[in-house]
Design a protein around this ligand. Structure first.
Ligand code: KIV
Length: 278
């Protein structure tokens, strides 16, 4: 009888853990952003695609917001309300691909978090897993605190957004500066208590903004709310002069829109006159 051949089972070689696609773990963290409170005033800008996100990162801006202002400045809507999860994921992916170190905050669009804690969490997870978000942002104060808590409890860092909340401003409260001190303070406190690591204050009275910034232990990110915030955020298309309906508080640092029209006019003339190609 043939002796039984005992084959030695070869264990697969141990390889170091190599995440296939997890740039989110190499980026500036929400905890590091939170530590900037009272130490440094940091800039935030929105971005919606890879090249402009890269320009922002190369300019030293390490917190980038894929805002649902996408609806107004890129997709041509009048409001942010129609923006969908699919659109946010599509643009978040581009921003994640265009950057390597920046912390990418992605807005939860209208309708993606209002219905229930479960739906809010499911959509926040999609923004992280499919969109490459490092953290998510949602609008609302006291009334949305439970949603913030549900998402933060699952380990996803959350940014709150109070004052003017553009997703619903057009449906009722409008775009006037927010001056109800008690309500704003209650909203800010509720968002912090729910576990947010930062909060956006949009078009809030500057003195109330100062008070909230002093009260909270998380950074306040101001837009149109005066100078007393821990951080400032602007919409990229306002900064670069691409969007024609910029709010009054936004500052233009370039005139890309005018330059683009001018360059395209020259190109069109050259084609018509056969100067291009030469
Ligand atoms: O969508 C956005 O760009 C924003 C900023 C205005 C804060 O939420």
């Amino acid at each position: 009888m043939e002796p039984k051949v005992v084959r030695e089972r070869k264990e697969p070689e141990a390889r170091p853990y190599e995440p296939a696609k997890a740039p989110v773990f190499r980026r500036l963290t929400a905890a590091a952003i939170k530590r900037r409170k009272r130490r440094e005033t940091f800039p935030v800008v929105t971005a919606y695609d890879a090249p402009f996100a890269r320009f922002a990162e190369e300019a030293g801006i390490d917190v980038i917001l894929v805002g649902d202002s996408l609806g107004n400045v890129v997709l041509g809507y009048d409001e942010t309300t129609p923006v969908t999860m699919e659109q946010m994921i599509h643009h978040a992916q581009a921003v994640a691909r265009g950057t390597s170190r920046a912390h990418v905050i992605v807005d939860m669009p209208f309708g993606s978090y209002q219905v229930s804690d479960e739906e809010a969490l499911r959509n926040a997870i999609r923004l992280v897993k499919e969109g490459g978000a490092c953290s998510v942002k949602l609008e609302g104060g006291v009334h949305e605190a439970e949603r913030v808590k549900a998402i933060a409890r699952a380990g996803i860092p959350v940014v709150g957004h109070i004052g003017i909340t553009p997703q619903t401003a057009g449906l009722g409260p409008g775009y006037k500066m927010r001056t109800h001190r008690d309500r704003l303070v209650a909203d800010a406190r509720a968002i912090e208590a729910a576990g947010a690591y930062a909060v956006v204050l949009e078009v809030v009275d500057a003195e109330i903004t100062r008070e909230i910034s002093e009260l909270l232990s998380i950074p306040t990110i101001g837009i149109g709310s005066g100078p007393h915030c821990d951080s400032q955020v602007l919409v990229l298309h306002d900064v670069l002069g691409i969007y024609s309906h910029s709010p009054r508080f936004a500052k233009r640092y370039a005139e890309f829109g005018r330059e683009a029209t001018q360059a395209l006019r020259v190109y069109a003339d050259e084609v018509r006159t056969h100067a291009f190609p030469d």
